[in-house]
Design a protein around this ligand. Structure first.
Ligand SMILES: [Zn+2]
Length: 73
């Protein structure tokens, strides 16, 4: 019984690795989210490119740091 369970786990891991460590359906949404976060956006003030994740959004515009958001006014 335990041996069967072990084989089942090993087969599961083999399938898991076959898909590159992620399942097609579940991994796709994760991948898309990761790509979105890594998308580079240009700072509205100084033109520096920062990732979407690191950027600060003010009034729908992206900024690289709080310093740049302050200088708008
Ligand atoms: Zn900036």
């Amino acid at each position: 019984m335990i041996l069967k369970l072990l084989i089942f786990v090993l087969v599961g891991l083999a399938v898991y690795k076959f898909f590159g460590g992620k399942f097609p359906t579940l991994g796709k949404t994760k991948e898309e989210k990761k790509v979105e976060e890594d998308t580079l956006v240009e700072c509205e003030k100084c033109g520096t490119y920062v990732t979407l994740k690191e950027s600060i959004v003010v009034n729908g515009k992206h900024y690289c740091s709080k310093e740049c958001t302050k200088k708008i006014s």
